[in-house]
Design a protein around this ligand. Sequence first.
Ligand SMILES: C[S@@+](CC[C@H](N)C(=O)[O-])C[C@H]1O[C@@H](n2cnc3c(N)ncnc32)[C@H](O)[C@@H]1O
Length: 251
Amino acid sequence: MDEKKITKEVSEFYDVVWTKYLPKVEEQKTFLLKHIGIENIKGKTILDAGCGTGVAAVCFKLLGAKEVVGIDISEGALKTARMLAERNKVDVIFEKDNLLDLKLKKKFDIIHSFGVLHHTADCRKSFDNLVRLLKPDGKFYIALYLKTPLTFLQQSARFFLRLFPKSMWVFISSQIKKLLSGKKNTKRGFDGEGDMLDWFFVPYRTHHTPKEIEGWFREHDMDSQLLIAKTGRYASTSNFLMLGSHGPKAK
Ligand SMILES: C[S@@+](CC[C@H](N)C(=O)[O-])C[C@H]1O[C@@H](n2cnc3c(N)ncnc32)[C@H](O)[C@@H]1O
């Protein structure tokens, strides 16, 4: 698939996903406080790159960020994000933008991008584009799918499941959720069925390792550290969270 086709298909997929599932604000807030910390939120200018439902962006503002901008390629996601901001009575700027061809030029103290860049046609190009929007002393929090020896199994399952008609995808996701887990929600406040839909039916995804991303940061003369080795119960179905910065490694 070429860049334009991937971007279009991914955007249309999230138009559906993010108008159907709304994550829990309180759980997301707890997650951000634990892993990013209030000192990196309060009074900061923050970009949520690939904001989806806007839940992290809204939480950043609720937690006292000075200014929050959320960008996403999906109109459906942005509509949900604006509704979530209104519901929580916070002022967040949500704009349509493509990480592979950014209109945004402003620089930020903090860039947060959770589970996004691996859905772009060129993860490295999106990464480089975002690093350019970081202030010299800024921090970049990035979560990506973890590559493991079992990744090929998951990709094969995805290939097979995507052969079913689209009208069955939600039903299949609900059944997989029942099979795999009794838990209703992940730690970031997301619905399990939505997670399964995202996990198995997204049109495009790549997998990465902390070592690889450490190398990308190094090429920008940045230090990095692994904050969460796996966000889920199993490594092969997890993201990892990294922090990159020009300054000392301290959080
Ligand atoms: C798995 S969702 C993650 C959403 C959010 N960060 C979260 O943690 O809930 C991936 C998001 O990336 C967005 N996205 C994918 N490709 C993009 C691109 N090229 N430019 C901007 N956003 C993109 C999708 O529309 C989707 O909302």
